[in-house]
Ligand binder design. Sequence first.
Ligand code: CP
Length: 298
Amino acid sequence: MPHLLQLTDWTPNDIFLLLNRANEIERGIDDPKMDAFIVNLFFEPSTRTRFSFEIAEKRMGMQVLNFASDASSTKKGETLYDTLRTLESMGVQAAVIRHPKEGYYNDLKDRLDMNIINGGDGTGHHPTQTLLDLMTIYQEFGGFEGLTVAMIGDISHSRVARSNALTLERLGAKVIFSAPPEWQDKGFSGTCMLIDEVIQMADVVNMLRIQTERHDQTAQLTKEQYHEAYGLTIEREKKMKPGAIIMHPGPFNRGVEIADALVESPRSRIFKQVHNGVAVRMAALEWAMTAKTKVVMA
Ligand code: CP
């Protein structure tokens, strides 16, 4: 049963197949159709992932069930496995799940006869965010080999930083990091540098939000001080390379990690990322539910 849980075991060829398929869908060539029941279970807040999956599912003609965790029997102690087993028994064929527990799917993936698509697991992985980020970079630069991608902000609590860095390096990009000392992550191979250094080196400046829901460290700084010390300010943007782009997975906090005026500036691809999210999720659902793109997945 194909699941989309993380990208670490996808080959570069698998990834390019899916990106090319997403590009086809984005250009309106051969929209995939799927006659199936699918459920979206979000145990954490979401706007982009949840609604772009729902739009993707509806464009594909699926019967979409939206699970309200606060109004479900999980409130009576039912486990995630039993919830999914119950939905599977009713005929639900796939589940998009966001959950605060890292690797929540390890206990599910071999026990259910339904496709699981990971919509984000704690500080673990966010594979469809990575795919839409890759699609945005691919559209801009035509590939990844030789590019320098800077991940800047709360690295240690970011599943996007983890998913993107691990995948981009395998595609030939160099990933560099910048973070306040308390949010650096020693697990990544790249060194952590000052933001003023990385923004001058990067082809892609990928800003990250402070993940306040995952820790109680409020940075010993006000929002304004954080912006000056670690954010993408107007002054720093002027030092970016010609042709370099700004990305952010969202949600973004204007005036904190990124200057208000830069969110919709010419270098920004933030809303292009959101746009690409629908096509990427259609391609991902098509892959999971039909294996049409022939990606081999462990
Ligand atoms: N990037 C992202 O996952 O955004 P949401 O939390 O709004 O889904």
